[in-house]
Design a protein around this ligand. Structure first.
Ligand SMILES: Nc1ncnc2c1ncn2[C@@H]1O[C@H](COP(=O)(O)OP(=O)(O)O)[C@@H](O)[C@H]1O
Ligand SMILES: O=P(O)(O)OC[C@H]1O[C@](O)(COP(=O)(O)O)[C@@H](O)[C@@H]1O
Ligand SMILES: [Mg+2]
Length: 497
C-alpha cells in the first residue's frame, strides 16, 4: 500500500502557525494537550490531539473507504481537513465567530493499515440503553469500512484491563446484541488504575482504545491518553459519551436519553391511571437524574398528565405559602387527583435535614443519595394524615427498569453515528477526544471540555418555563429570587448590546 511520511517532528510546546496562517497554541503550560487555534474575527478552534503531535515520521495511507462499494454513492467521500463545527449557532451581526470543534468524519488519509489495528472496547459506569449498539457498531464499522478484523472486548469496566481476560469481538458475535439491554462486556464503578491499564494496553499491542462512559469515564480516558502520550505510544484513545442522565456538556444530548424519556411514559401513565381511579389519588414517580433533572423534565413535558415535576436544579419546599403541600391541596380540590414526577437528586438538602450524616459514596466517588421517592411519599402521607384528608398515594420507582432496556430506534441510529465518527477519528490518527453531536453535526471534542462541568437544566430558560406552564406548579422561587434573576438577566442583556 502507498504510504507517505508525516514530518511534524518533536513534540511542540509553543505557539506555531497552521497551514492557513492561524495561531496554534499547543500545550501552553506543558501540563495538558490543549490545542487552541485562533483565527480571524474571534474564530477559536478547540482542537484535539493527533498522534503526529508527539510521534514523528508516521506513515499515512489512502483511506480504503473510497474503494468501498457501499460508499461509492457518496458524493463527497471525505470531510475537508479544515471543516469545523460551531458551538454557538445563534449569532448577530457583530458576534465574534466563537468556539469551534473539529468536524468528525472520514479523512482522505489514515494513520493505520487494516491489518495493523488492534482495537479494544470498554464500557464503564452505570448502564444506559444503547451501550450494546455502540459496541456492535464499532466492531461492524471497523470491519465493514476499514477491513479491521481484530477487536477485543475488555470485560467489567476499567478494572477489566488488568483483572480480567479479554473477549474477541467479531461482526458475527455482536450481530444481535443491540436488541438486548445492558452491555455484553459488563461494566463497573471504581477500579481505575492508570499505570496498570496502560501497561495492559502496551502488553496486548492495542493501538485503538474505544472507551464508552459518562463524565467519570471520560476523566479516566483523559488520564489514560496523557499516560499513552507520555510513553510515546502509537495508540488512539477515543471517548464515547454515555449517560442516561444527559449531564454531559457541549454535546446536544447523550444516547439512551430519548429511550429513557419514552420508557418513563409507561410509569407516568400507570401513576396517572392509579391516581385518577381513586379519591384524592396521588401518583409519585421517581426517575433517574443524580445531579440534573433532564429525564424528569422531558418525561413531564411529553406526558401532559404530570401536575408537578421536581428536579435538583430547582429547589423546592414542602410547607407554607407557595410550597408543595399548599399546591397539592389546591390541585386535589380542583381535580381530585394528581401526579408528581421527582428526579432522584431533587430535594437532597431537605432529606439531609431529616437524615443527617449520610455521606456515602460509590466506588467511583459519586455521592450516594437517600431515596427521595420514598421520603417524599412518606412526607405527603404524614401531612395529609394530620390534616384528616384521606389520600390514596401510589409510589412507582421504575428507575432501573428504564435503564436496563434496549435503545429505541432513534437512539440506535444515533449510536451508529457515534461509533462511526469515533472510528473515522481513530483511523485518521486523532486521539484524546470525545465524539458527539454539536448543533446536530458530529465533532471531536477535547476531553477537558466534557469533564470540566456538568450539563444542567437551566431554570431561567424558556424550556423550564414551558414545563411550569404545562403543569401549573409553583416555581418555588421566592419574590426576592425572581427579582434577582430578572436583574441578572437585564444586566446580561445590557452587557451584550
Ligand atoms: N477522576 C477520575 N480519574 C480516573 N478515573 C475516574 C475518575 N472518575 C471516575 N473514574 C473512573 O471512571 C469509571 C466510571 O465512573 P463513574 O463515575 O462510575 O461513571 P460515569 O462514567 O458514568 O460517570 C470508574 O471506573 C471510575 O473509577
Ligand atoms: O446504581 P448505580 O449503578 O450506582 O447507578 C445509579 C446512577 O446511575 C445513573 O443512572 C447514571 O449515572 P452514570 O452516568 O454515572 O452512569 C444515575 O442516574 C444514578 O444515580
Ligand atoms: Mg457520572
Amino acid at each position: 500500500m502507498e504510504s507517505s511520511s508525516n514530518s511534524s517532528g518533536a513534540p511542540p510546546s509553543h505557539t506555531v502557525r497552521s497551514n492557513n496562517n492561524n495561531n496554534v497554541v499547543i500545550n501552553p503550560d506543558g501540563s495538558d494537550s490543549s490545542k487552541i487555534v485562533e483565527g480571524e474575527y474571534g474564530f477559536v478552534l478547540e482542537d484535539v490531539p493527533r498522534l503526529s503531535d508527539y510521534l514523528s515520521h508516521l506513515p499515512t495511507y489512502p483511506n480504503p473507504l473510497q474503494d468501498n462499494p457501499s460508499y461509492s454513492v457518496v458524493k463527497q467521500h471525505f470531510v475537508n481537513e479544515e471543516d469545523t463545527v460551531a458551538q454557538t449557532i445563534v449569532v448577530h451581526e457583530d458576534s465574534p465567530r466563537g468556539t469551534h470543534f473539529r468536524r468528525a468524519g472520514p479523512r482522505q488519509r489514515v494513520y493505520f493499515e487494516a491489518d495493523e489495528v488492534e482495537a479494544c472496547i470498554v464500557t464503564c459506569g452505570g448502564l444506559c440503553p444503547g451501550l450494546n449498539t455502540v459496541v456492535r457498531e464499532i466492531v461492524c464499522g471497523l470491519y465493514n469500512m476499514y477491513g479491521v478484523t481484530r477487536v477485543l472486548g475488555i470485560e467489567g469496566g476499567y478494572r477489566g484491563f488488568y483483572a480480567r481476560n479479554t473477549v474477541s469481538l467479531t461482526p458475527k458475535s455482536v450481530n444481535d446484541i443491540h436488541k438486548r439491554g445492558g452491555t455484553i462486556l459488563g461494566t463497573s464503578r471504581g477500579g481505575h488504575d492508570t499505570t496498570k491499564i496502560v501497561d495492559s494496553i502496551e502488553d496486548r499491542g492495542i493501538n485503538q482504545v474505544y472507551i464508552i462512559g459518562g463524565d467519570g469515564t471520560q476523566r479516566g480516558a483523559s488520564v489514560i491518553f496523557e499516560e499513552v502520550r507520555r510513553r510515546g505510544l502509537k495508540v488512539s484513545v477515543i471517548g464515547i459519551p454515555k449517560t442516561i442522565d444527559n449531564d454531559i456538556p457541549v454535546i446536544d444530548k447523550s444516547f439512551g436519553f430519548d429511550t429513557a424519556v419514552e420508557e418513563a411514559q409507561r410509569a407516568i401513565d400507570a401513576a396517572h391511571v392509579e391516581a385518577e381511579s381513586a379519591e384524592h389519588g396521588v401518583g409519585v414517580v421517581k426517575l433517574m437524574g443524580r445531579d440534573c433533572g433532564f429525564i424528569a423534565q422531558y418525561a413531564t413535558l411529553a406526558s401532559r398528565d404530570v401536575d408537578c415535576c421536581l428536579i435538583p436544579e430547582s429547589p423546592f419546599y414542602l410547607e407554607g405559602p407557595g410550597g408543595l403541600f399548599e399546591y397539592m391541596e389546591k390541585r386535589l380540590k380542583e381535580n381530585g387527583h394528581m401526579v408528581i414526577v421527582i428526579a432522584e437528586g431533587a430535594g437532597q438538602n431537605l432529606l439531609s435535614e431529616s437524615l443527617p450524616n449520610m455521606d456515602d459514596k460509590d466506588a467511583s466517588g459519586n455521592k450516594l443519595f437517600q431515596d427521595v421517592g420514598l421520603w417524599i411519599s412518606q412526607k405527603i402521607k404524614d401531612y395529609f394524615k394530620q390534616k384528616d384528608w384521606v389520600i390514596n398515594l401510589k409510589h412507582i420507582d421504575p428507575t432501573y427498569m428504564i435503564r436496563a432496556i434496549p435503545a429505541n430506534a432513534s437512539d440506535n441510529v444515533y449510536c451508529t453515528l457515534l461509533a462511526h465518527s469515533a472510528i473515522h477519528g481513530a483511523m485518521a490518527g486523532y486521539t484524546g477526544f470525545t465524539v458527539g453531536p454539536v448543533n446536530s453535526r458530529h465533532a471531536y471534542i477535547p476531553f477537558q471540555r466534557i469533564t470540566e462541568k456538568q450539563n444542567k437544566v437551566v431554570i431561567t430558560d424558556r424550556m423550564w418555563a414551558r414545563l411550569l406552564s404545562s403543569t401549573n406548579q409553583p416555581s418555588f422561587l421566592g419574590l426576592k429570587t425572581i427579582q434577582g434573576l430578572k436583574i441578572k438577566q437585564e444586566q446580561k442583556q445590557a452587557g451584550s448590546c
